[in-house]
Design a binder for this molecule. Structure first.
Ligand code: GLA
Length: 343
């Protein structure tokens, strides 16, 4: 079957600003070159839709667009929500998914697959969907259909970012700015290669803690807070205090980090990355032993700073290394953590 429409969705690495996009905070992701491609073709032999992926050998014949609780939900959700938005009955379509983006390691493969599918549908049906509409639809599919309640960061950077500029996004106002990254330093991504199941329940639990803390302090979003004071501490549970500490300080770190990027100060930028990681580990509770090991190894082998990227619970680390040190750095990491994979 010849592809008649193609859509591409890019992954991202979040440089700093973790778990802030559902708290009304600021984030600083960078779109990466690894992507997911969705090729659409048409056939009258298919009733509803069929899905095939280079990562999972079996072809899926979907007879009804309904939730299955597996990876195909991103495509099924896209068909349902897109169909509803444009009053189109989706049928007789085959979706061929291929990926250079490692799945499930915190590089936003969920947003990438949804964005690629929606772009392919948009091209095919010539619906002229705008970037903002695409972001919103992809967000709704993940939150209301698939059921992991993240924020807007991943969809936003996949659609509006580029590979050479970090996207400084205020997730509340949705205002954003593209900021050049360092010329002589590289953000390397290291997969810890440990099983990571972004369990929606663990992720959603953290989100719940943030929401309940905000409610107790009479705030709409936790990021409205600049400081946790004694009064707040009286109102909150121990767990709530911990997540608040991360959120409030991380939001400040993002603002400082953007300025350091503009000032071309990789040394101080790196320090903030490592502070972010410590806070994600100690306060937010989403790091693992392997991620902590990789962060420590990276920093001891000359990285200016390192942190887990994305939701955590396993997955990958992002680390800032001077260009002329990259080869030596990679060698040292692989010698000391042989499961590691550079993305
Ligand atoms: C996941 C979510 C994002 C964001 C990150 C943590 O990747 O999809 O929206 O919340 O976790 O920063």
């Amino acid at each position: 079957m010849k592809a008649i429409s193609v859509g591409e969705g890019y992954g991202r690495v979040n440089l700093i600003g973790e778990h802030l996009d559902y708290n009304g905070g600021c984030v600083l992701p960078l779109q990466i070159k690894n992507s997911i491609i969705c090729e659409l073709s048409e056939s009258s032999e298919i009733n509803c839709v069929s899905i095939i992926s280079d990562k999972y050998q079996k072809k899926l014949s979907i007879e009804k667009l309904e939730k299955r609780n597996d990876w195909a939900d991103f495509i099924i959700g896209s068909c349902l929500f897109f169909g509803e938005k444009y009053s189109i009955v989706i049928k007789e379509l085959s979706f061929n998914i291929s990926s250079t983006l490692p799945l499930g390691i915190g590089l936003s493969s969920s947003a990438a697959i949804t964005v690629s599918t929606l772009k392919a549908l948009n091209n095919f049906y010539k619906t002229n969907m705008s970037g903002d509409e695409l972001i919103d639809l992809a967000y709704d599919i993940e939150n209301s259909f698939v059921g992991v309640g993240g924020g807007i960061m991943d969809q936003f950077v996949s659609v509006l970012g580029n590979h050479n500029q970090a996207l400084y996004l205020n997730t509340l106002s949705r205002s954003y700015e593209l900021v050049n990254i360092f010329d002589d330093h590289n953000f390397l991504i290291i997969d810890s290669n440990t099983e990571r199941i972004l369990s929606s329940s663990e992720f959603n639990q953290k989100k719940e803690l943030c929401l309940s803390a905000a409610k107790k302090m009479n705030l709409k979003n936790l990021c409205e807070k600049e400081m946790i004071n004694e009064n707040d501490i009286q109102l909150l549970s121990g767990e709530e205090i911990k997540v608040c500490r991360h959120v409030v300080e991380e939001n400040k770190r993002v603002k400082k980090a953007v300025q350091l990027l503009k000032d071309n100060n990789p040394k101080e930028f790196g320090k903030l990355m490592t502070e972010s990681h410590s806070s994600l580990s100690e306060h937010y509770g989403v790091s693992t032993d392997e991620l902590n090991t990789l962060v420590n190894l990276s920093n001891s082998f000359g990285a200016l700073g390192s942190k887990l990227t994305g939701a955590g619970f396993g997955g990958a680390v992002v680390t800032l290394v001077k260009n002329d040190k990259v080869e030596e750095f990679k060698k040292l990491i692989l010698e000391n953590y042989n499961k590691a994979k550079f993305v």
